[in-house]
Design a protein around this ligand. Structure first.
Ligand code: IPD
Ligand code: CA
Ligand code: CA
Length: 264
């Protein structure tokens, strides 16, 4: 295993322990609002700090982009992209679907990925060029090749009302063509599920880099594709993401043609 992946796994497990302890005592947490429907507790912050401490202890010159504390400059062209708790709303409600997401980028290329579900102890990992794994077993995207047989994941734009109308148009276009759509509440885990073939495709508007980075490498290494909602490469910046196995991604992309205005 690549040493940087090993460190990322250690960091994710430490965060996972903090999250599990917090989950048992969640009625005692201090919950703050960062914006519309956007909450944070000391568990998000403590988990993030544990991840950063673990990564920087091993790689003190690396840069960090973390959801709660932002950018930490470093001297080397490596950047860790961290969501310490993806699915905070689920976590706060005792809805057991959330994850820790850690990715490493080197000069804009995704190199390492970890998505960890502390409730199920499912650990999704990938190293660029080495495939994707779930608890050390190789995973691949599904072989489903027709939309009518496809199970999709999605996320609602609950923090950004301005995307609601356009999102509902995408939902109207995609939902009737598929065998089902799931909204599980952790984008990083949704993307990991695409990599594992548990979902055949996924779309969401206005995600942030820490929601997507690890899941994107998992999907690529599992033989799938991740693009922006127009089929381009800009998803990390626009946040509008479309992912799937190659066939389902192509079919979804065709369904969305003409629906999404340019420069959304
Ligand atoms: C959120 C989750 C959710 C997605 C949101 C994200 P957070 O992340 O990934 O599934 O729909 O867009 O912001 O705030 O729980 O880390
Ligand atoms: Ca997130
Ligand atoms: Ca988060």
């Amino acid at each position: 295993m690549h040493p940087m992946l090993n460190i990322a796994i250690r960091a994710a497990r430490r965060a996972g322990s903090i999250i599990l302890r917090g989950y048992e005592q969640r009625d005692q947490l201090t919950i703050e609002s960062k914006g519309l429907n956007d909450f944070v507790s000391e568990i998000d912050r403590n988990a993030e700090q544990a991840i950063i401490d673990t990564l920087l202890k091993a790689y003190p010159e690396h840069c960090i982009l973390a959801e709660e504390s932002g950018i930490h400059e470093g001297m080397e062209p490596f950047q860790w992209v961290i969501d310490p708790l993806d699915g905070t709303t689920n976590f706060l409600h005792g809805h057991p679907q959330f994850s820790v997401s850690i990715a490493l980028q080197h000069k804009d290329k995704l190199e390492q990925a970890v998505v960890y579900n502390p409730m199920t102890e499912e650990l999704f990992t990938a190293t660029r060029g080495q495939g994707a794994f779930l608890n050390n077993r190789r995973i691949r995207v599904s072989a489903v090749n027709q939309l009518q047989n496809a199970l999709l994941g999605t996320g609602f734009p609950f923090k950004e009302e301005r995307y609601l109308d356009i999102y509902l148009q995408t939902f109207r276009a995609l939902f009737p063509t598929t065998s089902g759509v799931r909204r599980c509440g952790s984008a990083a885990l949704d993307l990991a599920y695409v990599a594992a073939g548990r979902l055949d495709g996924f779309w969401e508007l206005h995600l942030r880099p820490w929601d997507m980075a690890a899941g994107a490498l998992l999907i690529q290494e599992a033989g799938g594709i991740v693009t922006d909602i127009y089929g381009g490469r800009d998803y990390m910046y626009s946040g509008h993401v479309l992912a799937g196995n190659l066939k389902i991604h192509k079919l979804l992309s065709a369904q969305l043609q003409g629906i999404i205005p340019p420069n959304l």
